[in-house]
Structures are given as structure tokens and as C-alpha cells.
Design a protein around this ligand. Structure first.
Ligand SMILES: [Zn+2]
Ligand SMILES: [Zn+2]
Length: 240
């Protein structure tokens, strides 16, 4: 397994800011943490960053539009896609409890007074079929894996590893089977987390990250595949 990229842990508040952190700087992009002044005096990103918010309500009609709540509990953040394709490829994922991810967002005030993000490029928008808490737990498991058995109350050494995420460890096949009900959604969420975790978010090399490109469908991990992923058979722990 390659090393996780710098700043890629979802607990990193600089890479994964709350709405208020972005709103503070929204008016003065060149003065924010995320922008520096480019060679022609134009603002250039300083690093990569992404906003994550859990869907409260789906307001999709002719374009993808949802209200989300961020990790600070700030709700009613309106996210709407104004790209030519209107983000409609994400329509079936726009449900309460799923999580919206927006790359390089700037806080926006809509004409009706709502605040949020107006997404102009749908390649910088995706919806993950997991709650924010599931994604945070999965990131934590990815970045801080333990070597002990994951089953509740068991502190034995985990000599077996879950073949789904290759992160959760177990002392025995029995304990993995016992824990599967609890671990299943987290196990799938670690697959989505890999997209974030494999990148170095702290360095800007002139190339923005994208979630989606029309020619390649999803890049590089298909979050659609994560959604369609059938249950990984429990009891499938392997020796490390
Ligand atoms: Zn155990
Ligand atoms: Zn697993």
C-alpha cells in the first residue's frame, strides 16, 4: 500500500474546511489560506481543498441542487450545479444522508438570499453514498489503523485482516464474522476515502483534481462502483 498523501486525512481542517472558514475568505480570495497572488496579479490556488457536507434536503429540479450540513453542524448550505450538464449525472445520489464533495469552492450568496456554493464545473462536484460520520470514521481507520482486533471489547492482536478494506484487523474468523454487521458500511467507505487519501493536498502543481471527466466517467475511482459494491463476504479475513 502506498503512503497516504499529505493533508489527506479528513480531520485536516485546512484541506477539508467548514463553510464558515470559506465564507470568511470568500470576499477576498487572494488574502485567504487557499490563494496566493500569481505572476499577473491574479489569484492562484496555494494548495488543494475540498468542502464536505451531508445532504439535508434534495432540491434537484432542472439542475442538481441540495442543502447540506457541514461538520460544524451549520446547515442550510445550498449547493447548486450551474455547469452545462447541470450535474444531473449525480441525480440518483442526491438523497438525504449522502455526502456532497466540492473541490475549490468559494462561498456564494444566491439571488434568493441563500448562501452556499454555486458549482460552475461539474467535474469538481460529486456525491458519496455515505454519511459524513461514516467518511470521517473511514478516514480515521485509513490514516490510523490499529494492530489489535477490531471486535468490540477484544484486545487481542489482530493477525487476520479484512480482505475488503485491508485495514480492519481481527484475532479470529469468529470475531470478524461477529463484527461484520458493524464494519460493513465503514469497509465500503474506506474505498471512497482512498480517492482522497492517495493524493498530496498540500502542493499545487497547476493541475486541479477532478471527480469526474465526461470521457473517463469517474476519475480515478468510480464512486458509482462504491455504491454498487455488493457486500463483501464476511468471514473472509486473511492472514497478514
Ligand atoms: Zn478478537
Ligand atoms: Zn473491511
Amino acid at each position: 500500500m502506498s503512503q497516504p498523501g499529505r493533508g489527506s486525512d479528513l480531520s485536516d481542517r485546512r484541506t477539508f474546511p467548514t463553510f464558515d472558514a470559506l465564507a470568511d475568505y470568500g470576499m477576498f480570495p487572494s488574502a485567504s489560506d487557499y490563494w496566493k497572488t500569481g505572476p499577473y496579479g491574479n489569484p492562484v490556488p496555494n494548495q488543494h481543498w475540498c468542502f464536505l457536507g451531508e445532504i439535508e434536503e434534495n432540491a434537484t429540479f432542472i439542475r442538481l441542487a441540495v442543502t447540506v450540513r457541514d461538520r460544524n453542524g451549520r446547515g442550510k448550505i445550498f449547493v447548486a450545479c450551474h455547469d452545462d450538464d447541470r450535474g444531473m449525472h449525480l441525480e440518483k445520489l442526491a438523497k438525504k444522508g449522502n455526502t456532497v464533495a466540492v473541490l475549490y469552492p468559494k462561498a456564494h450568496c444566491f439571488a434568493d438570499g441563500q448562501v452556499g456554493f454555486r458549482v460552475e464545473d461539474s467535474s469538481q462536484l460529486t456525491i458519496l453514498p455515505f454519511s459524513l460520520k461514516e467518511l470521517e470514521d473511514a478516514s480515521n481507520l485509513f490514516h490510523h489503523p490499529t494492530t489489535n482486533c477490531s471486535a468490540q471489547g477484544c484486545e487481542k492482536a489482530g493477525d487476520l485482516r479484512c480482505t475488503g478494506c485491508r485495514l480492519a484487523r481481527y484475532c479470529s474468523a469468529e470475531h470478524q464474522k461477529m463484527h461484520w454487521g458493524q464494519h460493513k458500511s465503514l469497509c465500503k467507505a474506506t474505498k471512497a476515502i482512498e480517492w482522497f487519501a492517495r493524493k498530496d493536498w498540500t502542493k499545487w502543481d497547476g493541475k486541479p483534481f477532478v471527480f469526474y471527466s465526461p470521457s473517463k466517467k469517474h476519475d480515478p475511482v468510480s464512486f458509482g462502483d462504491v455504491l454498487d459494491m455488493k457486500g463483501i463476504p464476511y468471514g473472509a479475513a486473511r492472514s497478514i
